[in-house]
Design a protein around this ligand. Structure first.
Ligand SMILES: [Zn+2]
Length: 263
């Protein structure tokens, strides 16, 4: 699937999130998938600015209430969950500030992080002031990097953007894997997303990343667009030749690094 196809599917899915009930239903779907895969929690990327301001299809209050109710139901079912604010990388830092302008006043306690997604079109050094502002507001910082953009984005996100958690990272070189390992930067590896959006990166570098000591964990990235769940991602990891010890390391890293499990 080329990125344009992905965005088309994303836009179509996003259109459905137009009420508190619809957002609640979306969280319920995440809860069902998490339980079915034997997961204990989830970090949920959410795009309030896109839905509330750009599309104007839901109020911020209704969006937060749908998430709050969904997370409360998740907790009743024994799952931990938190929300990560998503900003669109290729819309640039001005858009990033707009996301924070919208969300920081009255930010619900279940929002724990801020992340860029979308096309890696804007240099991460330009995002640094936005990340600084989000961090000052108590948010953790992540970025989707090294999937649809060059591997050098991963190094730049960490060294110049101050990003503390990478989603993907798969185009990074060995020196960058070493850097991620040294600094203990968690990396969410999402095989289904990678297969669809970075089909040229073969074989998948996950075994090399683990050998380098990178704190990798498995993630689903966009199950609403690219159908997958954690069990499928684990099967994909196993198909890369990872043994039981490596698979256990992936599970342990997610338990230790996922923000939903942290205070
Ligand atoms: Zn991604």
């Amino acid at each position: 699937m080329p990125f344009e196809g992905f965005i088309e599917a994303f836009l179509f899915g996003a259109m459905l999130l137009d009420s508190r009930e619809a957002v609640l239903e979306a969280v319920r779907a995440v809860v069902r998938r998490t339980l079915a895969s034997g997961g204990a929690g989830f970090d949920l990327w959410a795009s309030p600015h896109f839905l509330v301001v750009h599309r104007g299809q839901i109020s911020l209050d209704a969006f937060w209430r749908g998430l709050e109710e969904g997370l409360a139901e998740a907790q009743v079912q024994g799952l931990r969950g938190c929300v990560v604010l998503d900003a669109v990388n290729h819309f640039g830092p001005k858009h990033g500030h707009a996301v924070l302008d919208l969300t920081l006043p009255g930010l619900p306690p279940f929002v724990k992080g801020f992340s860029t997604g979308g096309l890696e079109g804007c240099p991460f050094r330009d995002w640094a002031p936005v990340f600084d502002r989000a961090r000052a507001a108590g948010l953790r910082i992540a970025a989707h990097a090294g999937e649809n953009g060059p591997g050098s984005n991963v190094r730049e996100a960490v060294l110049e953007g101050g990003v503390e958690r990478i989603v993907h990272g798969l185009r990074a070189d060995e020196a960058t894997f070493d850097l991620l390992a040294e600094r203990g930067v968690p990396v969410d590896v999402c095989p289904s997303s990678n297969r669809a959006l970075a089909p040229d990166v073969v074989p998948h570098p996950l075994p090399r990343m683990l050998r380098a000591g990178v704190r990798c964990a498995l993630g689903t990235d966009d199950p609403g667009v690219i159908p997958c769940d954690l069990a499928m991602e684990a099967a994909a990891a196993q198909a890369m030749g990872l043994d039981a010890t490596a698979l256990a390391t992936l599970r342990r890293n997610s338990a230790e690094d996922a923000w939903c499990f942290q205070a």
